[in-house]
Each structure stands twice: as C-alpha cells, then as structure tokens.
Design a protein around this ligand. Structure first.
Ligand SMILES: [Zn+2]
Ligand SMILES: [Zn+2]
Length: 111
C-alpha cells in the first residue's frame, strides 16, 4: 500500500489510486470518484467512508452542486451590492437636489 504521507490525497482517489474522475465529497471530507464510491457502497450495507470508515449520514455532497451553490451565493451578493449601490446613488441624487436648493436659497438671500 502506498504511504498516506506521500499520496497527494487532494488529487488522488483512495480507491482506484488514480486522479479523480467526477469527484464527490463525503460528509467526513474525503473525496472519491463517483464511480468508485458507488461501486464501493454497492458491496456494503452501511455507507462508510473507505478512507476513514466514518459512516456518512449525509447523502453525498456533489462538488458540482457545491460549485453551483457558491455561484448562486455570489450572484445573490452581487445583487445585494447592486441594490446598495442603487440606494447610495439615490441618496446622492437627493443630496445633490438638496444642495442645489440650498445654493439657490443662498443666492436668493445674498441678492
Ligand atoms: Zn477512484
Ligand atoms: Zn473519510
């Protein structure tokens, strides 16, 4: 068996010892190829992690789904920022209107 220390676990699947193809992440945080973990789970009753034997209660969290979640959150944040920008712009234009009025009053007083 290859040493745990030398195996670049981030990129290599612990089941096929090859680069991930369609990687999925388990509740414990370990990654495996979707096909590898599916095959491994077909043989066992409880869905435990082949790496640390921790039983995952959670359904596999798909990395692609995660990516979509992050993108969605980014989009929401962007929309919120846009909203804030709009309100600041609104405030600014109100302020400018107010300033215009003040300048007008000032001119009137001076005259
Ligand atoms: Zn694999
Ligand atoms: Zn694990």
């Amino acid at each position: 068996l290859p040493s745990r220390q030398t195996r670049p676990w981030v990129l290599i699947c612990a089941i096929c010892l090859d680069f991930f193809t369609d990687p999925v992440i388990l509740g414990c945080g370990h990654n495996f190829c979707r096909s590898c973990i599916t095959r491994s789970w077909e043989k066992q009753e409880n869905r435990s992690c082949p790496e640390c034997r921790q039983v995952t209660q959670r359904v596999m969290c798909d990395l692609k789904q995660r990516e979509e979640e992050v993108l969605l959150r980014m989009e929401t944040n962007l929309r919120e920022i846009q909203c804030k920008l709009d309100s600041v712009e609104q405030e600014l234009s109100e302020l400018q209107t107010q300033m215009g009025k003040d300048a007008l009053t000032f001119l009137q007083v001076k005259r």
